[in-house]
Each structure stands twice: as structure tokens, then as C-alpha cells.
Ligand binder design. Sequence first.
Ligand SMILES: [Zn+2]
Length: 214
Amino acid sequence: MTTLELTDEEWRQRLTAEQYRVCRLGGTEAPFSGQYAANKQPGVYHCSCCGKTLFDAAHKFDSGTGWPSFWQTAVASSVAMHRDTSHGMSRIEVRCSDCGAHLGHVFPDGPPPTGQRYCINSVALRFEPAVSSTATAGTASSDRELDTSGLNCPLPILKAKRELLSMAAGETLHVIATDPGALADFRAFAEQTGHELLLCEAREQTFHVVLRKV
Ligand SMILES: [Zn+2]
């Protein structure tokens, strides 16, 4: 698992003032003020600081609290829990497991089947709507394919790496690239993150890499 570590000053420059206050200083946005409290669209919620997939809209419910509420995380490893005894309360703080961003708290008064209520600040999230009614990005579909061959810029490779980091264990992703450097790039990436490299080869004009999250 890769962890994004930036200095306080780097975070301050990268984030809006409100994002910085909530995510890096452990603040809370005013209820009903965030853009996602009432969002009912299908899709995936990412960490607004580092892009990690945190929650799926399929697990969102209307808690009436004014904050986006979920009864479970996208995958168990999405978040890290910490005991928070500030403000005279004993609560469980929820943080992004990759960059440590403060997201909100989890309470044991949620709906079935988990009984959990992840009470999350909108400003800590970035919503990505599902691409179509049949696609559910970020959930456990296997053998997804990401064709970057029509795009000659490094961005699709970064997108593929972000996808790989947010996948659940056992999921595989097939990346198709036009850049010959992609093979060495993904081989090094797999070594660094512990992904299993199932395929890494050149075919005609394109370069194919299949990685599995272990
Ligand atoms: Zn994060």
C-alpha cells in the first residue's frame, strides 16, 4: 500500500482553505452545508486529498444529520480508525488510510446490515458519478480493461495507477498503453505496491499489462 505523505505546507497549497481546515486539522463542516449530503446519484466517493476510493454510493443513506452518511466503506482497507477523545466525547475518528486525511467519525447507530454510520464531511470527498447505469466503478468487478492507447499523455497511466491502488484484493486490471516505457513503469510499480504482475508484454503496436491486487 502506497501512502501519500506531504508536508503541512504542501497540503496547504494543494487544498482549499476549507479542505485544509477539515482534512488536515480535523475540523468539521457545518451540517447541510456540504455539496454531497443530499446526493443520491450512483457513483464512487474518493478522498479529496489523494484520490483514494473511500465510499460507494450504494452504501449511502439519508441519516438526516446534514452530512453524507454511509453504512460501510467501499473496501475495508479504505479507511483507518482512531480513537478521538476531543471535545469531551469518546468517538471513533475515520481517516483516509493512504494520506491520513480526517474524513469524519463512525457511530454504532447506523442501519442494517452493518449498524454503522460513517458520518463524513463533504469537503473530504470528491464524487465520481457512475459512467452508465450498468457500470459501477470501484466495486468488485474483475478483469476490467483500461485502454490508454488513444491518449498520448501520462495522465491515463496515473489514472490506471490510482485504479490499481483503490482495487479490492483479487481484482485485476488490464492496462493497454502505446508508450513502450509503460512495461518497465508498471513492473516497477508492481514491485513497489505488491501487485501481482500477470502479464507484461508488447503486442503489435500496443503494450499490455495485467496486474492483480493481492
Ligand atoms: Zn486520502
